[in-house]
Design a protein. Structure first.
Length: 222
């Protein structure tokens, strides 16, 4: 199910990103991140540093962000680690993009719960909107990826778009979200049918008094 990514030409990548360094805002965040770890344990910061670097690349390119090789090398130097150790982290976690993506990275879950609940309709909506799996649209807005479980199985089918989950989808709801993003709007994340967290459709069937208040049931259970 994984799609082969196209790594850009190394010469072009190094010409664009070879001088990458923290922006003032990222540098401040990096210093804060390092305070979370004991002295000599800075290698533990590889994930948050990679995330910070990817977000900075995204801000500079007005996309969701990715990790060019020179940027990974920069993170390795910042943490005093061999490049390959940091690359292993970047290539293991799908939260890190090793190739450019669009402004909105649409990750459609195709694992069994989402598939049974209708993820084919979600993918169909993406396709009919001009998205192609593993590709970025010509306008640079959308990159479509099919992924494994994103952990919102109770509200399947769902997609993750950048940092937000959109759940309880069908063809029309997916189309509406993509149209809103294309128009510069911000669609509401989470359940698209008004479901509260992961309760059953139609509302909670147990502990109903806790929907609006922190009700204490202990006296009733005695």
């Amino acid at each position: 199910m994984a799609d082969t990514i196209h790594i850009p030409d190394e010469a072009e990548t190094r010409a664009r990103w070879g001088s990458f360094a923290w922006s003032p805002e990222s540098a401040e965040k990096a210093r804060t991140i390092l305070t979370r770890y004991p002295a000599g344990r800075q290698q533990s910061a590889s994930i948050p540093f990679l995330d910070l670097a990817q977000r900075q690349v995204g801000a500079e390119t007005q996309t969701q962000g990715w990790l060019p090789v020179p940027v990974i090398e920069f993170v390795a130097r910042e943490l005093g680690m061999p490049y390959m150790r940091v690359y292993e982290v970047a290539s293991f976690y799908t939260m890190f993009n090793l190739a450019p993506v669009g402004r909105y990275h649409v990750q459609v879950c195709g694992t069994t719960p989402c598939l049974l609940a209708g993820s084919d309709e979600v993918m169909k909506a993406c396709k009919n909107r001009g998205l192609v799996k593993g590709k970025t649209t010509p306008d640079g807005l959308f990159t479509l990826t099919e992924v494994e479980c994103l952990g919102a199985c109770a509200n399947a089918p769902m997609v993750q778009i950048n940092d937000d989950n959109f759940e309880d989808l069908d063809y029309d709801r997916t189309t509406a979200i993509l149209d809103a993003l294309a128009q510069g709007d911000t669609p509401k994340p989470g359940s698209q049918i008004g479901r509260q967290t992961s309760c059953p459709e139609g509302g909670p069937t147990s502990l109903q008094k806790m929907v609006a208040d922190n009700h204490d049931y202990r006296g009733e259970w005695a």
